[in-house]
Write a protein that binds this ligand. Structure first.
Ligand code: ATP
Ligand code: MG
Length: 247
C-alpha cells in the first residue's frame, strides 16, 4: 500500500492515481484505463485542478437535465468505478437514475467485477449484464447496451466515454452529459452538456446541485437547461487551458 503525505501539494492527484492502480489490481479497470487517467491528469493540471466556472454551470445544467428526464441512466466504466463508486450511487439516488456498466473493452469478468464493486458501495440494481440492445453504427462488442437501460434512456451521463460511442449515442438522439477533462475530445464535442472537470469533483457537484434543485419546478429546471450554452462552455474551458484564464 502507499502512504501519501497529506501536505503533499498534489495530494488529491496522487490519491486519484492510486485508486486507478487499485482498480487495475482488482480487475475493475483495464490497463488502457491507466493511459486514460494520464491523459486526464494532464488536462486537469492545465486547468489548475479545480472546477472552473463554466464547468460549475455545466454541472448545474446536468443536474437539471437528470431531474427533468423520463429515464436517466448513469453509465459506468472501469475508471469511473474505481474513482467514484459511492458518489455515483448517491447521484443515482438523488436523481432516480439507473446505473449501467458500459465498457469499451468489454469482458464478462470485468463487467461482473464492476457490478459487484458498485453493489459493495450501496447500489441495489446495476444494469449492463443483459446486453440485449445495440447502439446503431458500432461494431458488435462495443454496441452492447441493456434495452431497458441505456437503450431506453432519454438522458445519459457518460463520464470518460470513448469518442466513437459518444458520437453514436448522440446520433440516437439521446441527451448526453459528458464528463471529460479534454474539451477538444470528440466525446466533449458531441455532448449536449460537456462537463470539463475531473470526475472526482464533477459527480459530487452534480449531486449537490440535484439535491438543491429537488424541489424546483419543471419551469425552473427547464430555464437552467435553456440558459446553458455548450459552445460557450467548451470555448471557456479551452481558454482556461490556453491562458490559465477563466476565473
Ligand atoms: P476522443 O476519442 O473522445 O477524441 P481520447 O481518445 O483522448 O478522446 P480516451 O483516451 O478514449 O479519449 O478517453 C479518456 C478521456 O477521458 C480523455 O479525454 C481524458 O482527458 C478523460 N479523462 C481521463 N481521466 C479523467 C478524469 N478523472 N476525469 C475526467 N476526465 C478524464
Ligand atoms: Mg478515444
Amino acid at each position: 500500500d502507499i502512504d501519501i503525505p497529506e501536505d503533499h501539494p498534489r495530494y488529491e492527484s496522487l490519491l486519484t492515481r492510486h485508486r486507478i492502480e487499485d482498480g487495475v489490481d482488482k480487475g475493475i479497470t483495464s490497463r488502457q484505463g491507466l493511459i486514460a487517467q494520464g491523459r486526464g491528469e494532464t488536462f486537469d493540471y492545465l486547468l489548475g485542478e479545480r472546477t472552473i466556472p463554466s464547468a460549475a454551470a455545466a454541472e448545474r445544467a446536468a443536474a437539471a437535465y437528470l431531474l427533468l428526464a423520463e429515464h436517466p441512466v448513469l453509465s459506468v466504466n472501469g475508471n469511473v468505478a474505481a474513482l467514484v463508486p459511492g458518489e455515483l450511487v448517491e447521484l443515482a439516488e438523488a436523481t432516480g437514475a439507473d446505473l449501467e456498466v458500459n465498457l469499451f473493452n468489454r469482458t464478462e469478468a470485468r463487467m461482473q467485477a464492476i457490478v459487484d464493486h458498485l453493489r459493495e458501495h450501496g447500489a441495489d440494481e446495476v444494469k449492463g449484464l443483459t446486453a440485449d440492445g445495440r447502439i446503431p453504427g458500432l461494431s458488435h462488442e462495443r454496441a452492447k447496451v441493456d434495452s431497458d437501460g441505456i437503450g431506453d434512456a432519454d438522458v445519459v451521463l457518460v463520464p470518460l466515454e470513448d469518442g466513437d460511442r459518444a458520437e453514436a449515442l448522440a446520433a440516437m438522439g439521446k441527451v448526453e452529459l459528458v464528463v471529460d477533462l479534454n474539451p477538444m475530445s470528440r466525446s466533449a464535442q458531441s455532448a449536449t452538456v460537456p462537463i470539463v472537470d475531473n470526475i472526482v469533483r464533477a459527480v459530487p457537484n452534480i449531486t449537490r446541485h440535484a439535491r438543491e434543485l429537488a424541489t424546483a419546478s419543471r419551469e425552473e429546471l427547464q430555464r437552467i437547461v435553456d440558459e446553458f450554452d455548450r459552445d460557450e462552455a467548451l470555448a471557456a474551458a479551452e481558454q482556461a487551458i490556453r491562458e490559465g484564464g477563466e476565473d
